[in-house]
Design a binder for this molecule. Sequence first.
Ligand code: ATP
Ligand code: MG
Length: 500
Amino acid sequence: MSSVFLKMTGIQKSFAGVPALEGVDFELYPGEVHALLGENGAGKSTLMKCLAGIYTIEGGKIEFEDQEIEIHSVQDSIRLGISFIHQELALAEQLTVAENIFMGCEPVKKNGLLDNRKMHEMAAKLLERIDAGFSTYVKAGELGTAQKQLVEIAKALRIHSNIIVMDEPTAALSQREVESLFRLIRTLKQQKIAVIYISHRMEEIFEICDRITVLRDGKNVDTMNAVAIDQDRLIQKMVGHKLIDYYVKTEHPQGDTVLRVEHLTRKDRRVLDVSFYLKKGEILGFSGIVGAGRTELMQALFGIAPLEDGKIEIEGRQIRISSPKDAVASGIGLVPEDRKLQGLILHHSVSFNITLGILGKFIHFPFVNNELEQELAEKYIQALGIKTDTNKQHVINLSGGNQQKVVLSRWLAISPSILILDEPTRGIDVGAKAEIYALMDQLVRNGVSIIMVSSEMPEVINMCDRVYVMKAGRIVACKEQKELDQEELLRYALGVKKDE
Ligand SMILES: Nc1ncnc2c1ncn2[C@@H]1O[C@H](COP(=O)(O)OP(=O)(O)OP(=O)(O)O)[C@@H](O)[C@H]1O
Ligand SMILES: [Mg+2]
């Protein structure tokens, strides 16, 4: 291996006196893909934000090509050729794709005016390099999460970075998009660009990473070659103990049909003529590639998107759902895909956010209200291992994965009779994933019915009693648990025949 590119030694960083990084070491070589792993709240994003100039380190040093350097601002970091694809995507929603890619350094004509045509041409070339099939004229706000991520990557390529940090880049991508991202990462490697790769998806780490550094509670656990370790031992290093029975794979006793949907079509036609049913106590999966219409279908069921046609029946009774309020009143809950935007009140406490949906239940007991709220919050903090110093902490200060656990807790606390989970374990660490699977199992045993949209094939295969596959807004297949096969599901999702 060539000489070290970036060296971080003894990095310290704390928040309001609570240490987040306690003497972390990290080394990076040119052209390597280095995984940074650890549970939710381990300090991964914080370490990267020190590199990005978002936080300033309180101790330790950073060397770049053997020179000690100081990073005090985002500009310092860009000057060093470091690019970030952050966990929280940060595009300007009102601007076009091209404007986002070239923000702050738009090409100009001789007369000093913006060269719009050139900007779009160059942006289109960058998009082509990463196989992004959308126009540079689209507004970022109209793109899906996966596509926004591609815009961020195009932006990093535009800056000619030496180091690209990807903080959970595939959390919102489907298998096919992940594959094209990996092809892209391999090309970057050949150009000696180093990638720091943060992910909670174990299979990916082994597929794409050369070395792995594990953090736990703001400290190094180990750095190793990916070929020198297997998944079980890696998980053990991350969580600090052995994890058994990852998936709760049991048959769920099923009752009558609780939900029946017939010929559902959205006004915007992103969902077309969809019919399906859900049984009491069932975990029903929705599989498909990003953009297949799964999230759009769930939004329609939850009253977020207007319908052109279709019928929804709950327990045999036809109902009308024209707002989330109607949906909740009919016993439907939705944990949205983009939990950041749709679920959290960031400047309120963890306990407030967890109990938000059921505060009404406490209203008759003004004195015990607070106590009950705390009790309930503590229950979920324990159950899902939410890492927070107290339940009074503002949600904005939690790590990405822990914020997601808070939204999930809120819906678990409301316990609707039909719970829709859109990508429930996205960004969630392995230990907590196992907890969520166990909770799902417990819920269906108590008669709740669950619809799970997921792009993680292993969890679809292992957790669902039945799976519908969607493609281009329609249901294209339905499979029972015993028939579930990853390759076959993928074939349906992509619409290819067996021999292709
Ligand atoms: N701005 C902040 N204020 C207070 N505490 C913070 C802040 N940012 C992070 N923390 C705390 O620092 C710790 C590390 O958080 P960090 O975001 O680095 O975790 P992470 O490893 O990226 O986790 P995840 O996998 O959930 O994204 C957490 O306990 C978090 O609550
Ligand atoms: Mg993080």
